[in-house]
Structure formats: C-alpha cells, structure tokens
Design a protein around this ligand. Structure first.
Ligand code: BG6
Length: 308
C-alpha cells in the first residue's frame, strides 16, 4: 500500500480554482502527486503538476499515444519514465560537469497551475508555471519564468515558453522528451528525417548522414540537426500514423535504449524497449537558445494520430 503525500485539500482547492465541470478535474495521481485530467470530444490527456509532465494522451478511437513504464517511479527528485518529460534548462548530461542532474531540473520540479479554460471551439487548455526558487538558483543562477501549456484539441499541443526575467543573458537547451507507445519496435518506421545529419551519441558524437526512413535494429540515440520537419511515426501493427509537428526547434532526438541499456535503468522494464520509442522536439546539440533580458522563446509540438 502506498502512503499518500498529498493532503486531499490540495486537489480540492485546485478543483475549486481551476476545475471545469466535464473538462478538467484534479485528482491525486501515482506517488501522491496532483494530476489534472483533461477531457473533450476529441479524447483525454493527463498532466502531472510534478514535472509539468504530460502523462497520457488518448485521442477518441485510438490506442494510447504516449508510453509510460510499468516501472516508473513517482517520487520527488526522480524523473517520471514516460509521457512527456520537460527537459530544461539543459539537455543531456550537465554541460558544466558540476554533478548537476542530467536533463536539467524542470522535470523534477513541482509546477504551479496558472490557468485553465475551454475555448469557444471546445479546445481544453491547462497552463502550468515555474520560476526561479532557492532550489533552482543553487543549480542554475538565473531568473526566469517558464510556462507549459497543454491544449487538448483534435491533436495534443504542448508548448514550453521561457522568459528571461533576470538582468543578464542566459543560454539553454531542452526538449519535450516524448515517449510513444508502439505495437512492436520492428513494426515502426519514422519518416521526415531522410537525408538529415545527426550526432550519434553512441559513437563519440560523430556526425553521420541518415539514409532513408529510420528503423530500429539496435540501441539508437541521435540528435538530428537542422531538422524542423514534421516526423511521421508509422506503426503497421496498430495501422496508425502519429504526426509530430513542431515549432521553435531545429533538432530532433530519436532514442530507443534496446536490450543492455534497458537492463541498466532501474525504472525501466527489461523488455519495455520493444513497445516504445522517443521522438523529442528539442533544442539540443548546437541548437542552443540565447535569451537576453526580457527575451522570450517558445518550443512547441503538435501530436496527432491517424488511422491508416
Ligand atoms: C535521451 C538521451 O534524450 O534521454 C539519452 O538522448 C538518454 O542519451 C535518454 O539516455 C534518457 O535519459 P534519462 O536521464 O531520462 O535516463
């Protein structure tokens, strides 16, 4: 039996302030974190306040689009394995080698609910915010205001917006690190990155050229550079195409841990690599964002599912 870490009154007060009958409801989720459930005629999605993290998305008439590990750990300080972790303000290992956590601190921070609405066209929107605190300032010495907006429409739209609220410029990298649910890794191919160059993170960061569609036959960990294109994830087992459109991103990360790495990760099942892959809408590698004082930048993705 798990022990609740959330007083029931937090979800009650979130429901009072931001709940919208039949469209947005807050409940205690795994690990005791507050979880927002979004519903509309187009489907459903859930968003964890911990991490500002989309945990599920299921369009009406489709299998779940996002994948979450059965072994995911839901505890403060640990990133949730699956869904859409918000990677920010650095992608990958600590760029300064100071021992700070990999992939930044946004995914392990508790975000604040800022607003909720149902638009005239029926789109359901939830916005969460994060700004500097004693905890973030010890890791990254900058003032900022970040927002994640999640819009449940005919697709799922997720946008990370960052404003530099301090006096000095800062640089950052990041990603909407999306884990997709697939029928079987041998059934899938990714289109849209044909002929693109990529940094092979498994071969000393060598630059290589993609030839044709991406398929998976081994561990894959690549940063495709100068890639603004839409990716199509074709899954012949589910007879489904998932389209990943994006804006504010010149890099796309493709990741599957395959056999050995899966075994090394404590929050990942040994066989789970067979039914997931990541297509990450990123600012990574040389795609670094610089924000001057008062500057703002948006990274966004639009994820839609289509029968084939
Ligand atoms: C990907 C990286 O974005 O995230 C991989 O390219 C990394 O190198 C993967 O292994 C998972 O990272 P983490 O920190 O969530 O285990």
């Amino acid at each position: 039996m798990s022990v609740s870490t959330l007083s029931p009154s937090l979800c009650d007060s979130l429901n009072d302030s931001f709940g919208i009958d039949q469209f947005i409801h807050f409940e205690e989720g795994p690990g005791g974190f507050a979880l927002a459930h979004l519903h509309s005629e187009h489907g459903s999605a859930s968003v964890s306040i911990y991490g500002g993290h989309v945990l599920s998305y299921q369009p009406t008439g489709h299998e779940p689009v996002l994948w979450v590990s059965e072994h995911a750990q839901y505890k403060t300080g640990k990133a949730i394995r699956g869904g859409i972790p918000v990677i920010w303000p650095w992608f990958g290992p600590d760029p300064l080698s100071l021992g700070r956590p990999s992939h930044g601190f946004a995914r392990t921070s508790t975000w604040e609910v800022k607003s909720s609405q149902v638009r005239d066209n029926g789109d359901v929107e939830l916005t969460l915010g994060l700004q500097e605190s004693d905890a973030t300032l010890t890791l990254w010495h900058h003032s900022f205001r970040a927002e994640i907006s999640v819009v449940l429409s005919t697709a799922l739209n997720v946008e990370l917006s960052v404003i530099n609220t301090g006096d000095h410029p800062f640089d950052y990298t990041g990603a909407l690190h999306t884990y997709f649910n697939v029928s079987a890794i041998e059934n899938v191919s990714i289109h849209g990155l044909e002929d693109a160059s990529y940094i092979d993170q498994l071969d000393d960061m060598r630059i290589k050229e993609q030839a044709g569609a991406i398929t998976f036959k081994e561990e894959t960990d690549r940063i495709y550079i100068d890639s603004r294109a839409t990716c199509q994830l074709i899954d012949s087992g589910l007879n489904r195409e998932i389209r990943v459109e994006k804006a504010g991103s010149k890099s796309t990360v493709i990741w599957n841990p395959w056999i050995d790495k899966s075994k090394r990760m404590s929050d990942f099942g040994d066989d789970e690599w067979k039914t997931m892959l990541c297509i990450e809408t990123a600012n990574a590698g040389t795609d670094v964002i610089t924000l001057n004082r008062g500057g703002q930048y948006m990274l966004s993705t639009r994820i839609s599912a289509h029968h084939r």
